[in-house]
Design a protein around this ligand. Structure first.
Ligand SMILES: Nc1nc2c(ncn2[C@@H]2O[C@H](COP(=O)(O)OP(=O)(O)OP(=O)(O)O)[C@@H](O)[C@H]2O)c(=O)[nH]1
Ligand SMILES: [Mg+2]
Length: 364
């Protein structure tokens, strides 16, 4: 039986199963099995192509990367051109953009890379339109702009579904579940929260499915089977999104107010073409990226307050060293920090220390 036939068989079984409390575990295990088969299928295809991972390589540049996700003709290229120094082709027909066009937005001392990609349509994750190769560029984003047309805002859910199909979990945090493989000892599950959506038996069945016959699992968050499976799948990533509604120059304000009431999600209304709300957009993007400033102080000198180092909030000293130079870590003996992240100025910290906004830092 092929992988596709196996998946079809399980889907048929799921369709026959009623959804209720008693079948929750069974359905959870079946969904886990499908996710595993799909993962195996993907790995098989990638091996066949002789490469593993993304189908498309884009060089990351700047302090953070934002990808523009949207249907054809919603104004992605227009927006790129108005936020950055880039010139991406704009035209009134679908699929004007055929490849990935990068630009850099300078904002508050940060250099933020924005990637304009071809339009995404329903079924892209299965190869429709320009397909999965282009869609997979979204995986390299630190933040996604979900751009929708003022006259067709309901496609937001279609876009979110396409990226879910390639392992992205938009606006979710990684569940607080630790899984550790061991050499022996079977499966040991520690429930720290009093789980209400899963039980240990169901988790064990899923863990065996994923070949975790010997493992230690600690559950610190009350989640369902799907999120548990996300932790087991190798390609799950968690990316924040900002939904932006474009072309508002074509409607009046009452139309936007009506959408705010009916759409059921938050959005920022803009007009890329006539520069409406673009400053607000920049500010929101900067906030959402959660960037902080670090001032470097060379040994025995004053800190450089002119050009802060811009990093993602939550980055460690190790991440910062790697960002400056990939060999720096090797010669680094210790680091001293002045600022909010330490108890006293000039405190020695280790590689896994996490600095805060406007900390001053010296490498020794
Ligand atoms: N009225 C209005 N038209 C806009 C706006 N932004 C873009 N357009 C127009 O919409 C059309 C498509 O714009 P593009 O920027 O090429 O759209 P795209 O999303 O990059 O399209 P693809 O590359 O084909 O996916 C062009 O005719 C633009 O001039 C806007 O804010 N208001
Ligand atoms: Mg375009």
């Amino acid at each position: 039986m092929s992988i596709q036939e196996k998946i079809k068989g399980i889907e048929d079984e799921m369709a026959r199963t009623q959804v209720n409390k008693a079948t929750n575990r069974h359905l959870g295990v079946l969904r886990a099995r499908i996710a595993r088969l799909k993962e195996q299928d993907r790995e098989r295809i990638e091996r066949g192509r002789g490469k593993v991972g993304e189908g498309y390589t884009v060089r990351k540049d700047g302090d953070a990367t934002i990808v523009l996700l949207g249907f054809p003709s919603v104004g992605k290229s227009t927006l790129l051109n108005h936020l950055t120094n880039s010139k991406s082709k704009v035209a009134a027909y679908d699929f004007t953009t055929l490849t990935v066009i990068p630009g850099i937005m300078n904002y508050r001392g940060a250099k933020i890379q924005i990637l304009d990609i071809p339009g995404i349509i329903k079924g892209a994750s299965e190869g429709k339109g320009l397909g999965k190769r282009i869609l997979s560029v979204t995986r390299s984003a630190d933040l996604l702009i979900v751009l929708v047309d003022v006259f067709n805002p309901v496609v937001r859910e279609v876009l979110l579904n396409e990226i879910r199909n390639i392992g992205i979990r938009p606006d979710e945090e990684s569940p607080r579940i630790n899984i550790e493989k061991r050499g022996s000892g079977g499966i040991v599950i520690t429930d720290m929260v009093g789980m209400t959506e899963m039980d240990k038996e169901g988790m064990m069945q899923i863990l065996r499915e994923y070949r975790y016959h010997n493992s230690r699992v600690v559950v610190r968050e009350d989640v369902g089977y799907d999120k548990f499976v996300d932790v087991l799948l190798k390609n799950t990533i968690y990316i924040p999104t900002l939904t932006v509604l474009n072309k508002i120059d074509m409607v009046d304000e009452s139309y936007i107010d009506e959408l705010k009431k009916t759409l059921g999600y938050d959005f920022l209304p803009i007009s890329a073409d006539t520069d409406v709300n673009l400053e607000e957009l920049k500010e929101k993007l900067f906030e959402k990226l959660d960037l902080i400033r670090i001032y470097m102080r060379p040994k025995g000198e004053n800190p450089d307050f002119e050009e802060p180092l811009i990093i993602r909030n939550g980055s460690s000293i190790e991440d910062i060293a790697d960002k400056i130079h990939r060999n720096l870590k090797k010669d680094l003996r210790f680091t001293r920090i002045w600022g909010k992240s330490v108890k006293f100025g000039g405190q020695k910290v280790s590689l896994n220390h996490v600095p805060m906004d406007e900390d001053i830092l010296t490498f020794y």
